[in-house]
Design a protein around this ligand. Structure first.
Ligand code: FAD
Length: 493
């Protein structure tokens, strides 16, 4: 029927598609974009096959543990962008922001009763929205979930890989088969579909779409939504259009110096794409395509080496390879873990050696012990740590190198490793725009030993876990401008 690979499709409700339904419903939650989106492409293919119109329902849910004005505004900006992009397309776009997940389930049921079938976004985790299986359980129609998360189909990997090296080795063996199957850049281009008529008033009056006015005046977030307003919106705007602009800027101006500069906070040389990738405002395929085009790359440059080594795999420049190692190997490693390990967020998922060494040192005297509130208020003795925490609270982001240091110090300065884990998860998810992502768990658990190996000499408190110090960080990477900017003027101890 279409080009979306079967391995990316999962049947959640196996009723046959109803050809007498009023429309095909695409429920958008993870791939919040109109381009490079396998799920949208699949829904369009069904519309063409059945000769029925397309309704795109994009939902945003409040009432979750880390629902905040910051995250809501970012997603609403994405919805505004989608509304603009779909204005002239043969699609009825229905953006809906709910105080709670139950409302979304009920709306889905009401639309599902009229639909030929429902296509939805498959995703590795559901921390900010209701799980697909739960939401679609009672739907009396066919339901298909489509994976448009990464270059490698999520479910084409049979086990959880414990290290980036092993994941890379697997990708070196298997990714080449999947690379040619990219989603269409614009699945709605030159597509003729019948127009959907207006939805029944009984639906739109009960579950009011986030209308033009609301989407335009995003700053005045509705009082109805159950969100934490103390976590304020940040300047970084959400949406596919801004994401694409950020990708173009990065490839043009920063990619060439990525390998050399990515670890230096003062250089601000990374892509800044994480929040867009997290909310599906941009696709991994489009990101890869932009880098490959910039490099004048073709698949015949891929090395046929299968040795897990980073360098020389893609046959691109050193910087492009370093970037792809993050956005492909590391990002998809996190997805892979979450798919195979339901305990991905639990302390006990740590490797045995890490738990053993942390346990051995659990009662060691800590030089400093801070509470969650002290960490949150950037009230530690360490100016560099405080600066990083301030950036997180103020801007919803933190430089990658400092993110590692930030986590390592929380481990050292917490009463126990379990407390450290809880603090990292709370602060990361509460403030970071890209929080609640598989990458969040990769990063946070890496601090505690996941994907890593034991390091000597054994130290108090952290045992054989890899150590990082602010002094070494300040020596190794450029942080002077960073410290000035985020208000920490005293010397790094
Ligand atoms: C304690 C800790 C917490 C973290 N929390 C998050 C989080 O909540 N969300 C998140 O997306 N990343 C998280 N990371 C990983 C990493 O810090 C961010 O992905 C990166 O800083 C995002 O900035 P960027 O988009 O400019 O990255 P770039 O360097 O431009 O990289 C491009 C993309 O590659 C992926 N990527 C980069 N570094 C990593 C990494 N180390 N692991 C996995 N994927 C990576 C991201 O999708 C990123 O957007 C965390 C790391 C640590 C140590």
């Amino acid at each position: 029927m279409n080009d979306v690979p079967e391995i990316r499709r999962r049947i959640l409700g196996d009723a046959p598609a109803r050809s007498d339904g009023a429309f095909v419903l695409y429920w958008m939650t993870a791939n919040r974009r109109t381009r490079w989106n396998f799920a949208l492409e699949h829904a369009v293919a069904w519309c063409r096959r059945l000769g029925r119109p397309l309704v795109v329902l994009e939902t945003l849910e409040g009432g979750r543990r880390w629902s905040s004005a910051r995250r809501h505004r970012f997603v609403l900006e994405g919805m505004r962008d989608n509304a603009r992009r779909l204005r002239d397309a043969p699609v009825l776009y229905y953006p809906y922001a709910a105080a709670r997940g139950e409302q979304i389930c009920k709306l889905l049921a009401a639309l599902g009763r009229r639909a030929c079938l429902v296509v939805c976004d498959d995703a590795p985790i559901h921390e900010q929205d209701i799980a697909l299986e739960e939401a679609c359980a009672g739907l009396p129609v066919r339901v298909e979930a489509v994976d448009s998360i990464g270059l490698m189909p999520m479910r084409a990997i049979e086990r959880a890989y414990p290290s980036a090296y092993l994941m890379r080795r697997f990708l070196q063996r298997r990714l080449a088969d999947h690379l040619p199957c990219a989603p269409k850049a614009n699945p709605l281009a030159r597509v003729r579909l019948p127009r959907a008529g207006p939805l029944p008033p009984s639906i739109v009056q009960r579950w009011r779409p986030a209308n033009e006015l609301l989407l335009q005046s995003v700053p005045s977030l509705s009082r109805r939504w159950m969100i934490d307003r103390s976590v304020e919106p940040v300047e970084t705007p959400g949406g596919n259009t801004t994401a694409e602009a950020a990708l173009r800027r990065f490839v043009r101006a920063r990619l060439a110096r990525y390998a050399e500069s990515r670890n230096h906070p003062d250089d601000d040389a990374t892509s800044g794409l994480a929040p867009y990738l997290h909310f599906g405002h941009i696709s991994a395929h489009q990101t890869f395509d932009a880098v490959a085009r910039h490099e004048g790359w073709s698949p015949d440059r891929l090395s046929d080496r299968v040795d897990g080594r980073r360098e020389g795999w893609w046959g691109m420049s050193e910087s492009a390879e370093a970037f792809l190692d993050q956005v492909v190997t590391w990002r998809e490693l996190g997805v892979n873990y979450c798919i195979h390990r339901p305990d991905y967020a639990d302390y006990d998922s740590l490797p045995d050696w890490a738990r053993a060494t942390l346990e051995k040192h659990a009662r060691d005297r800590r030089e400093h012990v801070y509470s969650l509130a002290q960490f949150e208020q950037a009230a530690t003795h360490d100016p560099l740590w405080n600066a990083a925490q301030r950036q997180l609270v103020l801007e919803g982001r933190m430089h990658n190198y400092l993110r590692m240091l930030w986590g390592k110090k929380i481990l050292e300065w917490s009463a126990s490793p379990r407390d450290a884990l809880a603090t990292m998860i709370e602060l990361n998810h509460k403030y970071a725009l890209d929080g609640c992502d598989p990458n969040s768990y990769s990063g946070i658990f890496w601090v505690l030993g996941r994907y890593d190996r034991p390091f000597g000499p054994e130290r108090p408190v952290i045992g054989k876990i890899r150590a990082m110090t602010s002094r070494n960080t300040a020596r190794k990477v450029r942080v002077r401008a960073y410290l000035d900017r985020y208000g920490a003027t005293d010397a790094v101890r």
